[in-house]
Design a protein around this ligand. Sequence first.
Ligand code: PMP
Length: 421
Amino acid sequence: MTEVRLDPYQGRYARRARGMTASEIRALFAVATRPEIVSLAGGMPYTAALDRDAVADVTTAVLRDSGPVALQYGGGQGVAALRERLVDVMAAEHLEVAPDDLVVTNGGQQALDLLSRLFCNPGDIVLAEGPAYVGALGAFSSYQGHVIHVDMDAHGLIPEALDETMAALQHAGRTAKFLYTVPNHQNPAGVSLSRARRDALIERAERYDLLLIEDNPYGLLDFKGEQLPCLHTMAPERVVYLGTLSKIFSPGIRIGWAVAPAPIRAKLTLLKETADLSQSNLTQYVAERWLATQPWLEQVEEFRELYRERCDAMLDELSRHLSDICTWSVPTGGFFVWLRLPDGMDSKQLLPSALQARVAYVPGRAFYADGSGDSEMRLSFCFPPSEQIREGVRRLARVIRDQAALRAAMYDATAQQERTP
Ligand code: PMP
């Protein structure tokens, strides 16, 4: 029998620690990583596709040529030479900024944490797409931000839904600290904000005096050859832009960055210094050398083709087995498909059966701060090879169909009973 231990430090924690619970994804991880399970749950980039000899050469060169500096403390804003290379990465998405406009962070996740720390008092309202990236929700809630979701559809966040939210806030005499959005190949929904809606969102940001946080980890992993303008390009003073090398190089190297209006950038630099003194100089130098000496755009192209093929395998298998009872998003890029179950079916309740059938996914509720998402789930196609993805979808389809059949049988039995005099 497992012993349930009370936490002896419970009474000492700050109030903001009360809401801290393991995300659905973390709890799932232990089970989903068992070898017999096809995991469509995690969002791990396929780092095995990287040229590891090249990474080793770059790392050796850094230690050989710049060892004492690379192994030293650095400054809060990040290594200047790396910031210059990150400007090239953004230029690949037609975003033009200067090296001084950005602050290097420990992945995009730390930027979300620092921004929450900077903006959120307990109870402050933060707007986010519904569904939203689970790590952002965790960051907002750890500073007791109160998340209100704005609905999205196949074309991204719905401007009219934002109008409704803003009207309700105005009515209640409240304002929002910022609106968090992932306009390109969103995690978890897999969709992108259309061009017309980008214009509409910027127009509303002006109208409602909203600060936007544009989180863009997946922009270069685009399957449709359609690059849409970054929100930051459209309104630099209204947008904090977040980038990361996690999906186009390595998440283990922990390099992200924030491009922000000057006053926010100054605060982020100070916060960064109190958070960890400075970003690891060593990984910054390695990232700088990688971008300076390796054909990194070719590597991005390779990743893009790999993920596109896996995405196609998932969509094809879903169409074969579930098209009559489920609906799902058709990703524009990135890592994820968002699936809607038949009405009334609960993705969290279904999970034990799915794990028993040796397939894992993330229940939709993890991606909402308000308890919705019961009938939705996130399926990721980034990590397992295509054949495994197909097998995983077949297993999942059997579980969903069995559950649907069971529900239909129960419904029939109830109807029969009600007809019996
Ligand atoms: N934003 C989004 C939308 C993400 O999906 C992720 C990673 N899953 C991150 C931010 C954080 O990534 P990292 O900290 O590795 O840059």
